[in-house]
Design a protein around this ligand. Structure first.
Ligand SMILES: [Zn+2]
Ligand SMILES: [Zn+2]
Length: 408
């Protein structure tokens, strides 16, 4: 029989070996007895969920015995985590955020992601379209990742943390930031204040963080309401909007501006740049109006605000029955570890160094077109249709992504 792409059995054995030695490092989530657990195996068959593992010891034993491909716990607290959804008895939930490069539009995705229509066979790069030319929306996707994806996810996470701390007053002790094990980060807020919030309240938090429906006239950029002082240092979106515009104007090029506003407006923004910035630091933002036409200002502000908002996945935060990845377990699509990053260490966190859990002697692989990746200090790939020998830490990544199989 031909070896299947991904060599599942080999990967399963590596996961079993890792969990046998390391499951005792997986910490219990807070109030573990009220959490629902869910797991996916490497063999498909859907998720095993509605599982209660009331102690750390039972959780670790489960992980040792099953070595799951993906491990999750509920963000919610339930009276009976094993009951079906309607009968669980919801008692509250952590506030969770997902920042995943899958949801961003990044130029690098055109280089490393592919899709194929299951219906007509049409192929493309990057994100699949909403509908294929044949009218169907059944795509098979192959998503990889690169340092740019990880950098983008980190940047969005940092903006989220700033908003949570500065605007919502979340105490850093109540925050946990986790590397997802693949293309993103998760942020959890655990506190008695957020616990009882229902879906609509979480929706409002999402809108605030994403600056959905933000009207710049109410942030000081109005001709009618003139104030005396600059708002740059103010809290909330009022100050953030001014700082956003300041940052954007400091770096914008004429070429970039011309894509949004008229050539004349772009030229005048560039030639007045110094004065515009000085108004923002010294005066109320309404004083910008004589220097830049209101329509162009609106367009530039919208762009600047978007750069300061955080690209969170709205569904994850508003769904109060969500399962989220269990820290310190492994991610079956990379072989990497889901990791908690201590507060303040996100800027220097390098998942391609820290999250590589399994290491070992070289393995001979047969590839089918796989993009390059850095693991630790070493670069691997790109690979065409060829065989190569890689240390286990790199081999496992290509196997989990199904871009390779064990060579005979
Ligand atoms: Zn099609
Ligand atoms: Zn990328």
């Amino acid at each position: 029989m031909e070896e299947e792409w991904g060599s599942t059995q080999f990967v399963v054995e590596q996961f079993q070996r890792w969990f046998a030695q390391n499951s005792q490092t997986v910490p219990a989530p807070l109030e573990i007895e009220s959490r629902e657990f869910g797991f996916l195996t490497f063999h498909g068959r859907g998720m095993y969920r509605h599982i209660r593992l009331p102690t750390e010891g039972e959780l670790q034993r489960y992980l040792r015995q099953n070595a799951p491909a993906h491990s999750y716990h509920s963000s919610s607290y339930y009276d009976d985590p094993t009951a079906d959804m309607a009968r669980k008895g919801w008692r509250g939930a952590d506030l969770v955020f997902d920042l995943d490069a899958d949801h961003f539009d990044l130029p690098c995705q055109k280089e490393h992601d592919k899709w194929v229509c299951r219906n007509c066979g049409k192929q493309g790069t990057g994100h699949p379209p909403e509908l294929c030319e044949c009218g169907k929306a059944q795509f098979q996707t192959e998503t990889w990742l690169c340092e740019k994806c990880l950098q983008a996810a980190k940047h969005e996470t940092q903006k989220l943390l700033d908003i949570l701390i500065q605007d919502f007053g979340v105490h850093p002790e109540d925050l946990t930031t986790n590397f997802s094990g693949n293309r993103g980060f998760h942020v959890h807020v655990h506190s008695e204040t957020v616990k009882p919030l229902e879906q609509h309240a979480r929706r409002e938090i999402v809108d605030y963080i994403m600056a959905t429906g933000l009207e710049v006239e109410h942030q000081g950029f109005s001709q009618r309401n003139r104030g005396a002082k600059p708002v740059l240092a103010e809290g909330g979106w009022r100050g953030r909007t001014s700082r956003a515009l300041y940052d954007y104007l400091s770096e914008a090029t004429e070429k970039e501006l011309k894509e949004m506003v008229s050539g004349k407006a772009a030229q005048s923004i560039i030639s007045e740049r110094g004065r515009l910035l000085k108004v923002l630091t010294d005066k109320h933002p309404s004083n910008l109006m004589p220097l830049i036409d209101p329509k162009s200002l609106q367009v530039v502000l919208r762009k600047a605000v978007k750069l300061q908002a955080s690209e969170i996945d709205t569904v994850v935060t508003t769904d109060i029955h969500r399962l989220i990845r269990l820290p310190n377990t492994l991610h079956g699509k990379t072989g990497w570890q889901v990791q908690t990053i201590p507060y303040g260490e996100l800027p220097d966190y390098d998942p391609l160094r820290s999250a590589i859990a399994l290491k070992g002697p070289p393995v001979k692989l047969e590839f089918r077109n796989a993009p390059p990746i850095r693991i630790g200090e070493t670069w691997y790939g790109p690979y065409g249709d060829e065989t190569a020998e890689l240390p286990l830490e790199a081999a496992l990544f290509y196997l989990c992504k199904k871009g390779a199989r064990l060579a005979r």
